[in-house]
Design a protein around this ligand. Structure first.
Ligand code: KG4
Ligand code: ZN
Length: 332
């Protein structure tokens, strides 16, 4: 079964063809990062307009790269939420138009659920596993029992981890998205140089809080004399990154221990972070388990994960009607 996936929830326009839920035949992603960089974050109106310009060429490119025409597509899976409503509607309307004009089965899938299942495209991970979704918009822990069967274990009560990294990077004068720049500078810095707070680490729950950590780091940076900042910038990046990684890792391991689960799957943009990958792998080995990370291109927003998940729903008979709409719900 060949499924065309379409993703347009934020600032990536993406289309992909996936065969039988696991073999990627094409994976086209057009990022709008440079269009939003000037503003230090995603501007919803610009995002929607860019999706309008890009969506049809991206779908054409995905079909071309897969060596297929629409006639060979058995189903269309499209992100229905959560995300920016104007952005989502571009993908949804395009998918609906294609599906109903060509009589192709259509299904809408949840973006976060796509991130949780992206690992299926590269590795077979047995259920149950702990899923940590960590990106610019989300930081949540799930117990994943089967495709479509999840339990929310904890989530951020304020900012997402990526949002905090981006904000601190902005105060440091690094570009957007700042998480990548922080990762790079950290390689030359001392993670123990500055002791930043660790949000909610002392609490006996699996929720996260990055807002206080972000504020503490921003205030620390603003207090530094202009000539000092360049000298400590690597240590600053490494220390803040370490605080974020520490919280994400400890809460994930706590979740695994509490539920007696040995596999952890970490996905979303921040899962590209090299220190998170290193520490999470070490701590999982220490626990007698394994940490699984999709490759970076499948961690950030992509349509292959949407097609892979859509395959399972289409196979069991799920069908979306013309009335399917964008949903703003932020969790599964
Ligand atoms: O999943 P994603 O592409 O978009 C959503 O937010 O849904 O994630 C983007 C986030 C940004 O906050 C970005 O700074 C962060 O992922 N990010 C990283 C790295 N690469 C991307 N954060 C830390 N280290 C990285 N290497
Ligand atoms: Zn995402």
């Amino acid at each position: 079964m060949k499924i065309l996936g379409i993703e347009s929830s934020c600032d990536e326009t993406a289309a992909s063809v996936v065969s039988d839920g696991c073999e990627i035949l094409s994976n086209i992603i057009v990022s709008q990062i440079k269009d939003h960089a000037l503003y230090g974050g995603v501007v919803p109106e610009i995002a929607s307009r860019k999706h309008i310009e890009t969506i049809v060429p991206v779908i054409d490119a995905a079909l071309k790269e897969a060596g297929l025409t629409l006639d060979a597509i058995d189903g269309i899976a499209v992100t229905k939420g959560p995300g920016l409503v104007g952005s989502l509607l571009i993908g949804l309307s395009t998918a609906k138009a294609m599906a109903f004009s060509r009589n192709i089965p259509l299904v809408g899938v949840n973006h976060i659920e796509g991130h949780l299942m992206a690992i299926m495209l590269e590795k077979k991970v047995d259920f149950p596993y702990i899923g940590l979704i960590v990106s610019g918009g989300h930081t949540s822990l799930y117990l994943v029992k089967a495709v479509g069967v999840y339990e929310v274990l904890g989530r951020t009560i304020d900012d997402a981890a990526g949002e905090a990294l981006d904000k601190v990077a902005k105060v440091m004068g690094l570009g957007y998205p700042g998480g990548v720049a922080i990762d790079k500078l950290s390689k030359k810095g001392d993670p123990r140089a500055i002791a930043f707070p660790r949000g909610l680490l002392d609490r006996d729950n699996l929720d996260f809080s990055f807002s206080g950590m972000k504020t503490a780091a921003s205030q620390f940076i603003k207090k530094q004399p202009a000539d000092v900042l360049p000298r400590i910038i690597n240590d600053l990046a490494a220390s803040f990154q370490e605080a974020v990684v520490d919280v994400l890792t400890k809460k994930s391991i706590k979740a695994a221990r509490e539920h007696n689960v040995k596999s952890l799957v970490i996905s979303g943009g921040v899962a590209c972070n090299s220190r998170l990958r290193e520490v999470m792998r070490q701590e999982c080995v220490h626990m007698g388990g394994t940490a699984y990370f999709p490759s970076p291109l499948l961690c950030t927003d992509n349509a292959a994960m949407i097609a892979a998940l859509g395959y399972h729903y289409l196979k069991r008979g799920d069908r979306a009607g013309l009335g399917m709409n964008a949903v703003a719900r932020w969790e599964i």
